[in-house]
Each structure stands twice: as C-alpha cells, then as structure tokens.
Design a protein around this ligand. Sequence first.
Ligand code: AMP
Length: 633
Amino acid sequence: MRSYRDFHRESIDAPEDFWRREASRIHWETPFDTVLDRSNPPFARWFCGGRTNLCYNAVDRHLATRAQQNALVYVSTETGIESQYTYAELHAEVNRMAAVMRSLGVKRGERVLIYLPMIPEAVFAMLACARLGAIHSVVFGGFAAPSLAARIDDAKPVLIVSADAGARGGRVIDYTPLVDEAMSRAQHAPQKVLLIDRKLAPNRVKASYFVDYEPLREQYSDAQIPCEWLESNEPSYILYTSGTTGKPKGVQRDVGGYAVALAASMEYIFEGRAGDTMFTASDIGWVVGHSYIIYAPLLAGMTTVMYEGTPIRPDGGIWWRLVEQYRINLMFTAPTAIRVLKKQDPALLRAADLSSLRTLFLAGEPLDEPTASWISDALGKPVVDNYWQTETGWPMLAIQRGVEALPQKLGSPGVPVYGYGLTLRDENTGEPCATGEKGVITIDYPLPPGCMQTVWGDDARFVKTYWESVPGHQVYSTFDWGVQDTEGYVTILGRTDDVINVAGHRLGTREIEEAISSHASVAEVAVVGVEDALKGQAALAFVVLRDANAAADPAAAKTLEASIAATVDRNLGAIGRPARVHFVAMLPKTRSGKLLRRAIAALAEGHDPGDLPTIEDASALEQIREAVANRAA
Ligand code: AMP
C-alpha cells in the first residue's frame, strides 16, 4: 500500500504529473495538451484543449460492459414508487429528455434551471444538460419564489424544468404557484417551463409557458442525441450557495476537471468500485447530491440509489431495510440524519442484514463524538467523516482509506486530501499557524481539479471573496476555523463569517435577516446561529419592532412570531425559518453601527460575550440575555 504522506506530497509538488495520471480514468474525445494552465492566478485551468463530456462518461461509456446493470434505483417513501433503470434504460431516458430540451431551444452554453423534487427525471434532466453542453443550475426545492426569482435573474436560463409538486413527510408541496410567482417576479423570462406531472397536485396553476413533459417524451421516445464534446474548461453547472451578503453566489464548475476529480475520489476516498451500489441520502439541490448521488457513482460504473422521503417514515428502519434490499455497499449522509436515527429503536437497525455495507460516510456539518461513536458501534463498520464545501465539489479533509487506512481520531474529519495544499493561517498575519494553534483553513494556489472555477458572471467577486481575505497571501479561504495536530489531523471549529449550518444546510444569516425585514412590523433584526442538539445549529432571530407594544403580551408575541416565520417561508423558504424569534427593544452594536453578532450568539448560548470596548450601549446585551432567559423559563 502507498503511504498517504508521499501520495499527498507528490500531488502538491508535481500536480501536473499527478493529475495527468488520474485523467486517464475518463474518456477524452480529444486529448488535452496542457495539464494545468497557471498563467492567470488565482484562476486555474485543468486539462486545457481536451474535449470530453460528463454524460458520455457517466452513461454511454458503460453501455459496452454494463448495459443491463442498474444505474439508478429510485425509492420514494412519499409516493410508494420504487423503480430501477439499467444503464441502457438511463441512456434512453437521458436521450429523450435531451431531445425534448433541444426542441425547446436548449443549446450548448445555455442555462437550464432545474427546480425539482427527488424524482428520476431530475437525474435525466441534469445528464441531458451535460449531453447537450448546456449548463444546469439546480435550485433546492425548499426555496421560495423570491429566492427562485433571484437565481433566474442571475443564471438567465432559457428553460426551467419543474414538477407539479414535491412531497415531504406526507405533505404535498405545490410547485406551480411558486414557479409562477418566481416567473412574474424575475426580470429575465425563460421561454418555457417543462413540467413533470406527478399527479400529486390537483390544481396546477395554468400559464401559457408551462409545457407537459410526458407527451413530448412520447414523441421523442426513440431519440438519439449525440454528446457535445466540450473543452475541459467549459462550464458544466452553476450551484448557488450562501455567503456573507444576501446575494447568493453561483459556484461555477468545469467539465474535465470535475470528472477526473470525482472519478479519482471514488477510489481513493470512497473505495467505490464499478458494480458497487451507493446510497447517498442528500438532495440534488446540494453539492453532495450533484457529486455523490449523480456524477461520481455513475462515472465509476456503480448503481446509485436516489431516495425521496425522510429517514423515519414509515419508520426508523427504512434506510437499513434499503441497505438489505439493494445490497448497498456505501452510504453517505449528514450527521443530523444519524442524530435523528439515534432516537429510534436500535432494534430497527439490528433487524436488517447489513452485511453488504462496507462504509458510512458523513459530511456537511461537524460530526460530534457521541453520534460518531453510537453509529460506528451500532453498525460495526467504518464511519468516515469528511469535510468539504459547495465550492470544492469533493472532500478536502478525510481519512483516505483507498490510499492508506490511517487511524481515525474522533472529532476530526482527518488529514488533507491529495491535491489540496491545505494550510491553517493566522487571520491577522496570514502566516501558517503552529500546530495546535487556531487558524483559518486555506488552500494554496492552485485549487485542484473539480473545484469552483469562478463565481458565475462575476470573476471579480470570486477573486475578492475567496482569494483576498487572508492578509498578504493570495490563498483560497474556506471561511472555516480549524486547528491541526502534530500528525496533520484537522479539527473544524466553525465559520469565520456569518454563515450558519442547520442540519447540514448552509444558510447566510443575512439572507434570513433580509427575509424577516420585509415583515411590516419589523424595524431591525439580527439572526445568529446557536448550538442545537439535533440539527447542529439553529437560527435565532432578535427583532426590534416598529411598535414596541405590538408584542407586549405573550399571546400577541406568539402571533407575531408565527407571522414572521410565515414571512421567511414565503421569501426564502421553510429551511430558513428561525427556531425562535425574540423581541427586544435594542440590538447590541458597535459605535459605527455594526451588529455584534458574535456577542449575541454567545449570550444566546449562555456564554459570556467577553470584553466589548466598542459597544455603543451595553444595556442592549442585558436585553438579549433577558429575552433568552424569559423564553427558556
Ligand atoms: P456546504 O457548502 O453547504 O456544503 O457547507 C460547507 C460548510 O459546512 C463548510 O464550510 C463547513 O463549515 C461545514 N462542514 C462541511 N463538512 C464538515 C465536516 N465534516 N465537519 C465540520 N464542518 C463541516
């Protein structure tokens, strides 16, 4: 077995040699002439001149050897539908979808916005875009109309693909009114909205731009659409993510670098092999869904399991029964899901035959020690924490068992992954930290293949946000704090910015504040993240009302809290809804008027906020303390 240390060092010292070798994992229609173009830092271009296609590599390439193997297993505990698609069937469905999209005007380089629940058509639509060389932008189905409209205006899609409805926990969520409202709010007007009719919503909104997919699918049932051969650095997709400002950033990814990075990660990090079955319980609206429900398992010739539903319906044994039924080898989810399952009867886990399962991967938020110990004891299998973000597209920190099975250390996602020149730096000087010293997690130039190329349509924002925040050094900032031990293991200590992480979902506190501010009774608001036993973090809102008496009695405060929550649902989506709204007369601010969010968060968690010499009016702190104490009482 190779040594992790040598492997990592080689990837950093000689990235061209390292990645040239890895590039042979995928099909190149035209070979690349330059492995890495560093002529314009901080931008990096990988496999320049090479022409390839993600859909060809994920689907067509496997037809010769595994046409009859399942590519996609679909299970919905919301609708009771279970279906399976072999690689040959997936190929046919993707061709149909591509033909329909083409008939609606989708061409290479154009954007298609996908606003879909977890249904197989979401996979077909993403792969169809890849086939046509169009750029998909998947928007999580939990986002409300104004958020959707903002993404329509930024990506300017020619087409939207949506459905009549989503379903969660037995509740149907009508999509057409949301899409319709987004269409009327957006400045940019996509030509059509292609609608998958699941027959869940009885009263669909009727508008001339809605086109039903099913009749078109019939019409193009025998279509064969050739793959567009794209230069490796052409964009494959845009995925929006939250940052410090209210305006989400469109993370743009390439084609060739992404394919190579994911294919390599399958062997070195996930130990996945062609023919294996992988179940990633996430959503296609998040990066984990893009990379490890769809592209990576298919690139590797595996079977991927797509699941619509919660981990506890019809009961807490459902995921383990799926492992048994489909002989699942690899599972990937977020720690919150495991914390939810931990509350279930352990007999449900023991009742299933889990012999096929090799490893459980967890990412997206900190993995606390009790959860990690519980699940690894219960399963008797390795549990691999891995740390990354939407921007990187694949793990930055992990125990890379396919390289060397280093021991795990509870509380740490592991050591830097090959390709990442990961360094902890002092936030004031930008110099590397000593071991044991807290610093900002940064990546040296260049980012490895598969990471974000830029912010869609805004190179300046990419440079300024990510590469100019560490003093004196042009390095990529993750905006996470960490600490590294003598053996290289890194522990994550939370975000350096105003981003919070609720149940593995990344939310900008500014986005939630903007949504709350639109409520007529609200004068000012601060949103902070506090520790939550189940979801990792929860959002708390502290609101100053226009009329302080409006929440004077408990009943009025309760009504107002509900109506503020409803405003967040309408403007941002239920995922942004704060766990609590506290009413205060004043918010703690600096003399220059900046909100003291960290002090608010500390108080809300019952800690001392420390010395705050810049505070304008210290009595504001007392108000926060009281508001939290009163509600707890
Ligand atoms: P997202 O872009 O939504 O995937 O969120 C990425 C952020 O989630 C990171 O910047 C971290 O703050 C956090 N995160 C992801 N994975 C882990 C992990 N394994 N441990 C601790 N925090 C994590």
